[in-house]
Structure formats: C-alpha cells, structure tokens
Design a binder for this molecule. Structure first.
Ligand code: S3P
Length: 180
C-alpha cells in the first residue's frame, strides 16, 4: 500500500492522528522527528540549539529521503519539511500527502507554551505562529488534500482521512495513466 503522509503546521495533530490512522489501517507509524531524534541521539530542540536550523533541515531531508523509499507507512512530517521542494517530490513519489490544518488560535492553545518547539521560543509566539503559517501556506497547499481539524479529535480526523483515501487513490492512479 502507498504511504499516507501527514503534513501541516506544528500543533495540527500530525503525530496523534498518524498513530490512530496507522492502527486503524494496519500500517506502520513513522514520525520523522522521532526518527531524527533516534538517529542523532538528541532531541530536535538540541539539534537546533547546537547545530542550527540549517543543519536540522539537512538531517530532515535525509530522513525524508529514507522513509520515502519504504512502504506501508503512515508518515508524520515535521511542520517545516514541506519547505524543500526535494522533500515534496520524495514524499509525493511515496504516497498521498494529506495536510492537517488548524487556526493560529488553536495551534497557540495546543503548543504556545511548549518548550520543545524551537521556532516558537520567542517573546510573541502567537504572532510568530500567524507569520509562519502565512509564509508556509503555499507549501502546505502542495499536498493532495487539506483537512481542517479545529474542534476535532484525532479519532475524528483519522476517520475523515480514511473517508477521502479512495478518492485520492483514484485521482493519483488517473494521473499516472495520463487521465488527469
Ligand atoms: C518544525 C516543526 C517541528 C520540528 C521542528 C521544526 C517547523 O515538528 O520538526 O521543531 O519548522 O515547523 P512538528 O510539526 O511535529 O511540531
């Protein structure tokens, strides 16, 4: 089975939804940030602190390349993975990209005071969330579909993903056959 790739901003529930989805579909759950932490032997926050964002993005690109070559996965990506075209190409070749979206207010409520989001350790995190979301919107829109998650539980979001999968699979098969 093709991989299911969850994209989207920090705090949109990619990890939680990914776990539920994998269980429901009998697939393996793979979280790119967790993979990076395991391979690097340190948390993402420390990679940012000690090596900087640029180095993190290199490591992330390598991790995306690696998981894109595997099958039967639900992949949860970090919120910035879509910023590199190379990552989008690799992820799209491996499966269907589903972007989870949430309002800045909901994201702030979920992770505004969370210490393990290095990009949000600033004096005005809500402002930063709004800015980053706006800047990244065009990148998230490269996904095959966007699912709004405000007010939804991970279980409900997972069910919605499952309900759209057949349509997305058909569309992708059509693209391959030159029908779209
Ligand atoms: C990032 C999101 C984080 C993590 C890193 C950078 C981003 O993942 O990869 O802190 O640039 O949006 P989550 O989206 O799982 O929080």
């Amino acid at each position: 089975m093709k991989n299911i790739v969850l994209t989207g901003f920090m705090g949109t529930g990619k990890t939680e939804v990914g776990k539920v989805l994998a269980k429901k579909l009998g697939l393996i759950f793979m979280d790119i940030d967790q993979l990076i932490e395991k391979e690097q032997g340190m948390p993402v926050t420390r990679i940012f602190e000690e090596r900087g964002e640029k180095a993190f993005r290199e490591i992330e690109t390598e991790a995306v390349r690696k998981v894109s070559g595997m099958k039967n996965l639900v992949i949860s990506t970090g919120g910035g993975a879509v910023l590199r075209e190379e990552n989008i190409i690799n992820l799209k070749s491996s499966g269907i990209l589903i972007c989870l979206s949430a309002s800045p207010e909901v994201v702030f409520r979920r992770i505004g005071s969370n210490k393990n989001r290095p990009l949000l350790q600033v004096p005005a995190p809500f402002q930063k969330i709004k800015e980053l979301m706006e800047l990244r919107r065009p990148y998230y829109e490269k996904s095959d579909i966007i699912i709004e998650t405000d007010g939804m539980t991970p279980l409900l979001v997972a069910d919605e993903v499952i309900s759209v999968l057949p349509h997305l699979n058909d569309a992708k098969a059509g693209e391959k056959n030159g029908k779209c």
